[in-house]
Write a protein that binds this ligand. Structure first.
Ligand code: NAG
Ligand code: NAG
Ligand code: NAG
Length: 395
């Protein structure tokens, strides 16, 4: 069945009508994010509120008995793995935050035009992913744990999706990670079949998806079709011609894609979700809450909130699981997951409220959008600012 790798067991369907709760950004492909306040109403994001980022129509796999993932490339024994093979491996739950690299792109595009789907602050979500570790899956084809190069020179693991997209000229979506990360059990890369204790649904990658914790969402390939062990990183569009961070001087006329590496870890990020861009309030106390997250398994050491546009700051309290004190990089903290924060401040008059986070490597968010503007509009991590307008009438 080796030839069968990319044969199409999917029929393509447009997503049904948009879910009422969502802002729909583009209906085709289907991209959606929840309202800010709903996003932080729980530590684990309910499936229905999890952002959806797709590059093509959502595939439907309806013959689960025949569905398999072919592992091939620079290995001795290519093999087709069926659901039962994956489910026979030890099952792990990994709590991990996935974030689209374009999160918060809307505001970035106010500075200069960028290409991409416009997002508010909610192209992020925290899930409990259940499945087999990729390191165990690769052992089934003879690649041992902690391998960085196979005998035949494989150094990267490419995930190929069932879904097809126009950026690949109708070919499948694909992305890769280094073999050393894929075979490291501590990196917690999963071949997942569950989300929040339920079977994955179609929107989130049924029947199998990859979850690469701490890395931009684009590498967590959904609707997994095959896995290629390759010598160089994936040549796919979304690895080579997208999701790279360029300096502000690079524009569409002088860009040379091969001068930058594909973005992997996401940088330290935070956003206020209890307030909209402009919110009318009564004078007095205002609750400021939201999320903070960093990539690469780094924890959040501090979340600072300012009510005077960034001149002075107070520290917000941080939490993950109820009743468990959050300490960054502690054994009892979820290292791949966001932290929620919360602080009540005084806002006697109209002002700008700002948040920034510091991660456990002391990385801090940049103050201005100009410092990180890039033509693809990815990784907008500048201080998140919202306005409160204090009024005295009924609002
Ligand atoms: C990023 O987005 C926020 C709103 O989400 C905005 O306030 C900020 O200016 C933007 N910064 C960049 C770098 O685009
Ligand atoms: C994984 O998480 C789900 C839902 O959170 C839970 O029902 C299940 O018992 C957990 N399984 C393991 C192996 O911890
Ligand atoms: C683009 O960058 C690569 C790597 O630095 C270089 O080899 C190549 O010549 C450059 N291409 C152009 C058109 O400048």
């Amino acid at each position: 069945m080796l030839w069968a790798c990319c044969y199409c067991i999917a029929e393509f369907l447009l997503h049904p009508v948009m879910v009422f709760l969502y802002f729909t950004l583009l209906q085709y492909p289907f991209n959606a994010e929840p309202p800010r306040s709903a996003l932080i109403s729980s530590y684990v994001t309910p499936v229905d509120l999890f952002y959806k980022r797709n590059h093509g129509p959502i595939p439907v796999v309806d013959d689960i008995e025949r569905y398999s993932v072919l592992i091939r490339g620079l290995i001795d024994n290519p093999r087709d793995l069926f659901m039962r093979d994956i489910k026979m491996l030890p099952k792990y739950n990994v709590t991990a935050t996935l974030q689209c690299a374009g999160n918060r792109r809307t505001a970035m595009s106010k500075v200069k035009t960028v290409k991409g789907v416009g997002w508010d602050v909610s192209a992020i979500g925290n899930g409990v992913w259940g499945g087999a570790k990729l390191a165990d899956v690769l052992e089934l084809v003879g690649i041992s744990k902690l391998t960085s190069t196979t005998k035949s020179g494989g150094k990267h693991v490419e995930f190929v999706s069932i879904d097809k997209c126009k950026e690949e000229n109708g070919g499948p979506y694909k992305a890769s990670i280094p073999l050393s990360q894929a075979t490291n059990p501590e990196a917690d890369v999963l071949v997942a079949y569950e989300m929040n204790g339920e079977p994955l649904n179609r929107d989130h990658g049924y029947p199998l998806r990859v979850v690469v914790p701490g890395v931009i969402g684009a590498r967590s390939v959904k609707w997994l079709d095959c896995i290629n062990i390759i010598a160089e990183e994936s040549q796919g569009f979304f690895m080579q011609k997208d999701y790279k961070m360029f300096p502000p001087s690079v524009n569409w006329d002088n860009i040379n894609w091969s001068t930058r590496r594909p973005q992997m870890d996401f940088p330290v990020q935070s956003a206020i979700c209890s307030l909209e861009d402009v919110t009318a309030i009564k004078p007095g106390k205002v609750k400021v809450s939201g999320y903070a997250a960093s990539g690469g398994g780094r924890g959040i050491d501090r979340v600072d909130v300012s009510v005077d546009g960034g001149k002075t700051w107070v520290e917000a309290s941080r939490y993950q699981k109820p009743g468990v004190q959050y300490i960054s990089d502690d054994m009892n903290s979820d290292k791949w997951a966001w932290v929620l924060f919360d602080v009540t401040v005084d806002a006697p008059q109209s002002t700008e409220i700002v948040v920034k986070a510091v991660d456990s490597a002391a990385n801090v968010q940049p103050e201005n959008v100009q410092e990180i503007w890039n033509l693809r509009g990815i990784l907008n991590t500048s201080w998140h600012r919202v306005q409160v307008r204090v009024g005295h009438s009924n609002m």
